[in-house]
Each structure stands twice: as structure tokens, then as C-alpha cells.
Write a protein that binds this ligand. Structure first.
Ligand SMILES: NC(=O)c1ccc[n+]([C@@H]2O[C@H](COP(=O)([O-])OP(=O)(O)OC[C@H]3O[C@@H](n4cnc5c(N)ncnc54)[C@H](OP(=O)(O)O)[C@@H]3O)[C@@H](O)[C@H]2O)c1
Length: 375
């Protein structure tokens, strides 16, 4: 484990909690964190959201050899609406190697390299919270949506890493909104089967992901590997913890994934068959009254409500609703009966915030509040 100048990484979190106020926990000092893949779409959003964060302080930015050794502000093509903070602009871009003075590693690395790099950090005792897909389905790696399955964090105790090192993952950007919407239905009625069609924004493919001429005035009805993730990840997230890992929730999912010419915000058309019969009013109430167990922690990045339910026809929409509660809300609407399943509805979430950067920060906050990060 690496210690900072003050050598304080091994403090018990209870000793550094300053106060429990009506707004949540306050800590005496912030946790030093690093962002891997800092130049990319998700990495930049992480930096933007972590600026002035009450608990975390970005001390290191890491990216590929292309930019290593340069001043971050000189090499990043900054595309966030908030200006790049000067303290971050002045940092040197480092190699993503586990010898940096940080306790938590927020990874937004390209999946072609994320797997080995994240494991190397965990082996050296770092807490890795990742947006990449590489470790999501590992038996003892939790795949976390804080409002849905916070209890799955218990899996990290079974990971083989020393000194509190661990890997925790954020699910696929569509799956986060989808499973949040499904959770109240699972709890109230059970889920028999699911059919989903995603309409995913261009930013989901990364900054260099799609040539504009391929997607403008077009819909592409295929995203490599995406249908597989939509059919598998919800079963793990909605599953239960056992001694041997997660027992997946057993229900068939059929998914079609499309890329649409929207910059940010993924929309999903969902048809669900429930195990127990429910009226449309009961389903609406389940969405509206869903109160996740983490609400009482009042985490800094939590949305005010886990699910925003829309009565109006034609809602929710990416352009109008993706930024609710700083982009952390999951929006559900257009609820109506389905002639082949029971009900159909629309789910919207911000892919870069709720579905990526904001989601990993919320996981970090949850782990800190639960005493799973010692520093
Ligand atoms: N975009 C989304 O909506 C979304 C949502 C959920 C999850 N994710 C996942 O989050 C990750 C990042 O996605 P993104 O959209 O931000 O991609 P991106 O814009 O392409 O950024 C990729 C980042 O990885 C870095 N990188 C690439 N190769 C590297 C290497 N060999 N060593 C060190 N760093 C390297 C890049 O650094 P350079 O600039 O130096 O090349 C860049 O900072 C991916 O795993 C993706 O699947 C994305």
C-alpha cells in the first residue's frame, strides 16, 4: 500500500468521520483518488463531477502513452460544460501503474486494457471502482447499482487481494437505469420475463467511437456485445448473495440494442411479464413509492428520488429529462398495458452520468459510508 505525505491511509473511517449532520456524513479529510482513462468521455465526466466533491479529491490522472508525461490541460480535449479546474489542468498525466498516492481508483479505461490494469491496482491494495466491462461477471466482483443491490458489496470480502484491495464494477450504462426501474417490480410482483429495445446515444461509444456520417440521419440496429450484456447483467444485479457468489435471478430477457443520433441519454422500451397479476395503478405506485435502502445514508451524489415517474404521454425524453438531479435520476414513463406481456414502459437515464461516472462515484460514496474504504 502507498501512503501519502501524511501517511494516513490506514485510519479507521470511524476516526475520520467529523460529524453526522442532517445532510449526511462529513469527513475531516478527503480521500485521495485517481482517475484512469481521464482524457476520455467518462474520465472527463468523472473529473467534472469530482470537482469540489465533499469526500473525494482527485490527485492523479492517468491515460495512455499518447498523453503520459504531459500537463493534463495541454493534452485533454475538454468537452464538459463546466470549465476544467486549474488544479486538475496542472496535473501531469501518469501511466496507470499501481504506485501512486491514492486510495480509490475510478477507472474509465478502454476495455481493451482495463482488465489487467485494474487487477494490478487491486493486488497492491487499492480500491478499484470500474466502468469497464472486464470484471463485471467475475464471481466475487460485485456489479453494483447502489439503489438496487448495495448488499452485494459483501462479495469483496471474498476477493483475493491484500490490504483492503478490491474491484467493484458499475454495470452497463443501459442496465443501470433498467434494473433500477425493474427493482420495485421484482420486489412487489416478481418478474416472469422481459423484452427490451434500447435507443442508445452516440456518446456511449466513446469520443472516437462513431464517425458522424454513420450515425447522422440514421439508426444503427446493432451494438457489438451490447445485447449479451443486457441479457446477462440484470440477472446478476437482481440476484442474491450466497457463499459461492451471486445466485442469478432466473428469468428470460430478450434484447435489441440500437444506436440513435442523440448525444447523451439512453432510452429503453421495456415490456415486462410479471409473476403476480397487478393492476396498472399498482405498477405505477410501485415505481413512485420505491425507496431504496441507501436513501437513509443521504450520499452526496444520490438523486432526490430513485425513480421519477412521468404521467404525461411521450415522456421521458433524452432532451428534456436526462439532466434531472444532475443526471443521476432514472426516469420512467409511458406506462401502458402490453398485449403480449403485462405492461410496457419507457426508461431513460444519462449514460455518462447515471450510467457511468456518477454511478461509480455513488458506489465510492456508499463504500466509504459503509466503512469499506480505509485510508
Ligand atoms: N461512454 C459511455 O456511455 C460509457 C458508459 C458506461 C461505461 N463505459 C465504459 O467506460 C470506459 C471508458 O469509456 P469512454 O466512453 O470514456 O471511452 P473513451 O472516450 O474512448 O476513453 C478511453 C480512455 O481510455 C484511455 N486509454 C486507452 N488505452 C489506454 C492504455 N493503453 N493505457 C492507458 N489508458 C488508455 C484513453 O486515453 P488516451 O486519451 O490517452 O488514449 C481514454 O482516456 C470503457 O470501458 C467503456 O466501455 C462507457
Amino acid at each position: 500500500m502507498v501512503f501519502d505525505e501524511e501517511g494516513a491511509f490506514d485510519l479507521n473511517p470511524d476516526e475520520v468521520i467529523k460529524d453526522r449532520t442532517h445532510e449526511g456524513l462529513l469527513y475531516r479529510r478527503k480521500v485521495p483518488v485517481a482517475v484512469l482513462g481521464a482524457t476520455g468521455n467518462v474520465g472527463q465526466r468523472l473529473i467534472s463531477l469530482l470537482h469540489n466533491h465533499p469526500w473525494f479529491d482527485v490527485k492523479h490522472v492517468c491515460a495512455s502513452e499518447r498523453t503520459q508525461g504531459s500537463r493534463f490541460g495541454d493534452v485533454v480535449e475538454w468537452r464538459q460544460s463546466k470549465p476544467l479546474p486549474k488544479t486538475i489542468a496542472d496535473l501531469l498525466v501518469e501511466a496507470p501503474e499501481p504506485n501512486i498516492a491514492a486510495r480509490v481508483i475510478f477507472s474509465a479505461l478502454d476495455s481493451s486494457v482495463a482488465g489487467d490494469i485494474e487487477e494490478a491496482f487491486a493486488k497492491k491494495g487499492y480500491v478499484v471502482i470500474s466502468n469497464a466491462r472486464n470484471h463485471r461477471m467475475d464471481p466475487f466482483v460485485p456489479l453494483i447499482v447502489p439503489e438496487v443491490n448495495p448488499d452485494h458489496l459483501a462479495l469483496i470480502k471474498k476477493q483475493p487481494y491484500p490490504q483492503g484491495g478490491c474491484i467493484v464494477t458499475n454495470p452497463n450504462c443501459v442496465v443501470i437505469g433498467l434494473t433500477t426501474a425493474l427493482r420495485p417490480l421484482q420486489l412487489e410482483f416478481g418478474i416472469e420475463n422481459l423484452h427490451v429495445v434500447s435507443m442508445q446515444s452516440i456518446s456511449g461509444a466513446g469520443f472516437n467511437g462513431l464517425p458522424s456520417l454513420s450515425i447522422l440521419d440514421n439508426v444503427i440496429p446493432f451494438i457489438e456485445g451490447e445485447e449479451e450484456k443486457l441479457c446477462l447483467e440484470p440477472k446478476k444485479i437482481l440476484g442474491t448473495t450466497t457463499d459461492t457468489g451471486i445466485k442469478y435471478l432466473d428469468f428470460p430477457i430478450s434484447a435489441t440494442c440500437t444506436r440513435v443520433p442523440v448525444t447523451e441519454g439512453h432510452l429503453v422500451a421495456v415490456s415486462v411479464k410479471l409473476k403476480k397479476k397487478a393492476t396498472i395503478e399498482e405498477v405505477r405506485r410501485a415505481f413512485e413509492e420505491f425507496t431504496p435502502p441507501i436513501d437513509e445514508l443521504r450520499l452526496p451524489s444520490s438523486p432526490k428520488k430513485a425513480i421519477y415517474f412521468f404521467e404525461e404521454k411521450g415522456s421521458p425524453q433524452p432532451k428534456l429529462h436526462k439532466d434531472i438531479d444532475n443526471g443521476m435520476a432514472v426516469c420512467v414513463g409511458s406506462l401502458r398495458p402490453c398485449p403480449t406481456s403485462d405492461y410496457k414502459f419507457i426508461v431513460l437515464s444519462h449514460n455518462l452520468v447515471r450510467g457511468a461516472a456518477g454511478g461509480t462515484i455513488l458506489i465510492g460514496e456508499l463504500m466509504l459510508a459503509q466503512g469499506l474504504i480505509h485510508w
